[in-house]
Design a protein around this ligand. Structure first.
Ligand SMILES: [Cu+2]
Length: 158
């Protein structure tokens, strides 16, 4: 009888050790995801709608972007009006193809002056925001020692 009791007690200890517990880390992770989702959803959209197109003025400078984050809605047609405040800069949304625009032509090798953003010019680029997500906005023309840190975000909300 004592042995049976011991065996039952052991089984009980074993089961309670295996039963799913409320994992603190999982709860915290869920809270964090929720927090960021709320923050993400509440981001204001950039620019303004003109004739059904979201127009956004983007200014490149040594070494950053104004605005630093561009926010649009999935399904929108987006028009970037890109200018530079100082030296020529390139423009790329990493992983997104902009029709008629080759960001690699604005790097030093094979540099094409028509494919970089020059002072006094407005470079107009259009894309359709087809997919929700976050992409890096980068400069593809070497513009000085801070060039590689010249990063912004392109955000497409659902
Ligand atoms: Cu640059």
């Amino acid at each position: 009888m004592k042995k049976l009791f011991m065996a039952l007690a052991l089984i009980f200890v074993f089961i309670s050790a295996c039963a799913p517990k409320e994992d603190k880390d999982a709860i915290n992770a869920k809270k964090l995801i929720e927090y960021h989702k709320k923050k993400f959803d509440s981001l204001p959209l950039s620019g303004k709608i003109a004739n059904g197109v979201r127009e956004i003025g983007v200014k490149a400078f040594q070494y950053g972007w104004e605005p630093e984050s561009i926010v649009v809605k999935k399904g929108e047609k987006v028009r970037f009006i890109v200018e530079t405040a100082d030296v020529p800069h390139g423009f790329e949304l990493e992983g997104i193809i902009i029709p008629g625009w080759d960001p690699d032509k604005s790097v030093r090798k094979g540099w094409d002056p028509d494919k970089s953003v020059k002072k006094g010019d407005k470079t107009i680029l259009e894309i359709n925001a087809e997919e929700a997500g976050v992409w890096d906005m980068v400069c593809t023309a070497y513009c000085g020692p801070g060039h590689t840190g010249m990063k912004g975000k392109y955000i497409v909300k659902n």
